[in-house]
Design a protein around this ligand. Structure first.
Ligand SMILES: *Cc1c(COP(=O)(O)O)cnc(C)c1O
Length: 431
């Protein structure tokens, strides 16, 4: 099965003529379509909101597209809250699903009046000291044990650092009721990149049941059930797309059966990957080939631009621009320039013959791509380009220059030389 990028070869060439590779390219049209699809699938439940997980793609231009489509955002740190505010999100449009949270982060979250999702029982006292307890609080649940969908084990929540046990959820509700909390939310995130249609309904069922019990036994009133993220996308050509409409209808049935009489409970999602991953790609140039015990193609991008293959051995599909219909009759390791042997975008990947200068497109980098970037080996983060709906394109983040890498040495005696060298090489970058 063929998996093509969202952009035609001529367009890739046009954009690469305007901006030097590597860069991440995002597709506005696809982003809007997915946001509409999610909102439509859950339109049966009034007040539904997708809180996009900012960590998946923290570019404010992308966030503002999602805002226009009616999404909120999910933050987990001070800087993510700052981005959310800068884009114009406020109050209930922001979830704060943090863990091991610094006090100042809670204080800022309270100042912005966002929905606080408490990760732990001990955070009640902590929040009381840092910002105070709001009238509505969401609680993050960890069911422990193993997560089974049908006969398949999908993971081991008991191994995860997130959330509270069932007993602690009830304890937290009782304590918070005494602290004046009027309404509660529940949240759980138990998988990552699950394309199993049973995943989201399993979470829904578990949270609906817990809410029902807390409602019936200790009189907890709920305002929110947040199904969180983890819905997957087909990274591999032979994988199927997640059937979101089916999932939403399954949840609708459970909702009808389990939450009867509990008025005013909004449903929410906190999707990152599902919203953005397919709508971004990393565009790089083949700059070296190497023939030793294996065949290598070396790119001008490396793991600092996309960490998932190095970190998890994740599969990202690769297209050689203009060679879409040529046979994949060569086998390569497609690699970057880090002094780390895991800096490989693909291992033993069948591809058409790659020539130096070919544009190489690495698919599905719209989520957990740029955002996981780092600066190992002094490598710099790339630019981000937005392909707009009308076919025009614009830079939405400049590439880093050496001066960004050295910025935290400002004020030191080395800075003068570093600035001088950057300028003599003409390496300053502009937005
Ligand atoms: C990472 C994360 C998400 C999004 O996860 P995806 O797998 O990208 O959908 C949602 N909520 C929380 C709390 C997260 O940490």
């Amino acid at each position: 099965m063929q998996k093509l990028p969202f952009c035609a070869p001529e367009k890739f060439r046009e954009i690469a003529d305007a901006f030097p590779t590597p860069f991440h390219l995002y597709n506005e049209k696809g982003i809007r379509e997915t946001a509409r699809r999610v909102n439509r699938a859950f339109s049966w439940t009034p007040g539904f909101r997708e809180y996009f997980a900012i960590k998946a793609n923290p570019n404010p231009y992308i966030l503002s597209i999602l805002k226009e489509e009616g999404c909120g955002v999910d933050c987990a740190s001070m800087t993510e809250l700052m981005l959310a505010k800068a884009v114009g999100f406020e109050g209930d449009e922001i979830m704060f699903s943090s863990n091991m949270t610094p006090g100042v982060d809670f204080e800022y979250a309270r100042k912005l009046g966002v929905i606080i999702n408490l990760d732990d029982l001990t955070h009640i006292e902590f929040l009381k000291k840092h910002g105070g307890i709001p009238e509505k609080v969401c609680l993050r649940y960890n069911p422990g044990g193993e997560l089974h969908i049908g006969n398949t084990c999908m993971g081991h929540p008991w191994d995860a650092k997130f959330g509270m046990t069932r007993t602690q959820i009830f304890q937290a509700i009782r304590i918070l009721q005494k602290e004046g909390v009027k309404r509660f939310g529940l949240h759980a995130l138990l998988a990552s990149n699950s394309t199993d249609e049973g995943y989201y309904p399993t979470i829904a069922k578990m949270l609906f049941r817990l809410a029902r019990e807390a409602h019936d036994t200790i009189g907890a009133e709920f305002f929110l059930i947040n199904l969180s993220g983890g819905v997957g996308i087909p990274y591999r050509p032979q994988q199927n797309e997640t059937d979101l409409e089916y999932i939403a209808q399954e949840i609708r049935k459970l909702h009808g059966e389990m939450l009867e009489g509990m008025e005013g409970v909004r449903l929410a999602s906190e999707l990152g990957r599902y919203m953005l991953a397919p709508h971004g790609c990393l565009v790089a140039t083949a700059i070296h080939e190497k023939h030793i015990y294996k065949e290598y193609v070396g790119l001008d991008a490396c793991a600092v631009n996309l960490m998932r293959p190095a970190m998890y051995g994740a599969y990202h599909h690769i297209t050689i621009v203009g060679k879409e219909n040529m046979p994949n009759d060569h086998v390569y390791d497609v690699v970057g320039s880090l002094c780390e042997n895991n800096d490989k975008f693909a291992v033993d990947r069948p591809l058409p013959k790659v020539e130096i200068g070919d544009l190489v497109v690495i698919h599905d980098t719209g989520a957990h791509g740029y955002s996981m970037g780092y600066n190992y080996n002094g490598k710099l983060r790339s630019a981000e380009i937005l392909l707009k709906q009308d076919g025009s394109f614009a830079k939405i983040r400049r590439a880093e220059s050496p001066l960004d890498y050295f910025a935290t040495l400002d004020g030191s005696e080395y800075m003068e030389s570093l600035i001088k060298q950057t300028d003599s090489l003409n390496l300053r970058t502009e937005f």
